[in-house]
Design a protein around this ligand. Structure first.
Ligand SMILES: [Fe+2]
Length: 168
């Protein structure tokens, strides 16, 4: 027998905050895609942190550690924003052309390939976040907009740092 207190289920939450239901749904869907990318980029950064080899080992090992720490915390912030908008916070559709991580097979990757791969994923995340920030602003969801601007500055800085590692 389950206690009544444990039976609460996620229903159809409709916060009456001045953002209409269709807009909240649209923003939450964009944030869900961004949450997925953020989580998988966390994992990929961590896997490369462990497996990178060669003369750039230490630089990449340290930079990826900074990145996966930030990304892990960001996933929580993004997921909680989705909940505040009234929606379930899933990590969905991990594999697919639009998502950041399709394969985590690091066996055949050089340090250069790992960094290039991270740059590509950060750039893809940036493009999605820019679109989502524009949509959030259009619907006057300034909180999501603000959060996305903060995420964009992290990812753009990450791309700069990663690119600087492999520019000759
Ligand atoms: Fe570590």
């Amino acid at each position: 027998m389950t206690h009544a207190v444990l039976k609460a289920k996620l229903g159809n939450e409709k916060p009456d905050t001045g953002i209409d239901n269709a807009a909240r749904k649209e923003i939450a869907e964009h944030l869900s895609g961004i949450l997925t990318d953020t989580y998988f980029l966390t994992i990929k950064s961590h896997v490369y942190h462990w497996n990178v080899v060669g003369p750039m080992f230490h630089s990449i090992h340290v930079l990826t550690e900074e990145h996966y720490g930030d990304l892990f915390q960001a996933a929580d912030v993004i997921a909680e924003r989705i909940r505040a908008l009234g929606f379930h916070a899933p990590v969905v559709d991990a594999a697919g052309p639009d998502n950041a991580v399709v394969s985590l097979n690091t066996a055949a990757k050089s340090a250069h390939d790992m960094v290039s791969d991270l740059i590509k994923d950060h750039e893809a995340a940036i493009r999605k976040m820019r679109d989502a920030a524009e949509i959030a602003e259009k619907h006057e969801d300034f909180v999501s907009h603000d959060m996305l601007v903060a995420r964009l500055s992290f990812h753009e800085k990450a791309v700069w740092m990663l690119r600087s590692l492999i520019t000759e």
